[in-house]
Write a protein of this length. Structure first.
Length: 131
């Protein structure tokens, strides 16, 4: 019996620190995990309420938003007007090009004759001092 008691003491002496360390770690983990829950129960969370900005600030923000919207509308109108002008200019160029490929009208022919005659007079005019 004495041997059994001696063996028990030796085994207990060698395993006791490991068992105590293991047991301490388990208790420490349990304590760490339980601590936030205990704190949450003790101190109730304050209610977070949204603070309303002062009325002047709200009005100012609304005015800015309205100004921004108006600026966007004006920019959109200006863009649409620019696109309309570009399209109109392209259409006029197409019409001008189509007209030039066809025959000249009577007015265009007479105007061209007049311009040619004026140019001929300027080119073939005799200088006044010489004869």
């Amino acid at each position: 019996m004495q041997n059994a008691s001696h063996i028990f003491q030796l085994v207990h002496a060698r395993t006791a620190p490991v068992a105590c360390t293991l047991m301490g770690a388990v208790l420490a983990c349990a304590g760490v995990m339980a601590a936030p829950a205990a704190l949450a129960q003790e101190a109730p969370q304050p209610r977070v309420e949204r603070q309303q900005p002062p009325r002047d600030l709200q009005r100012e923000m609304q005015q800015r938003e309205m100004q921004q919207r108006e600026m966007l509308r004006q920019e959109q109108r200006a863009y649409e007007e620019q696109q309309r002008r570009i399209l109109q200019a392209q259409q006029e160029q197409q019409q001008e090009g189509q007209r030039r490929h066809g025959r000249m009208t009577a007015d265009e022919r007479s105007e061209l004759r007049r311009q040619i005659n004026e140019a001929n007079q300027d080119i073939y005019a005799r200088p006044r001092g010489r004869r």
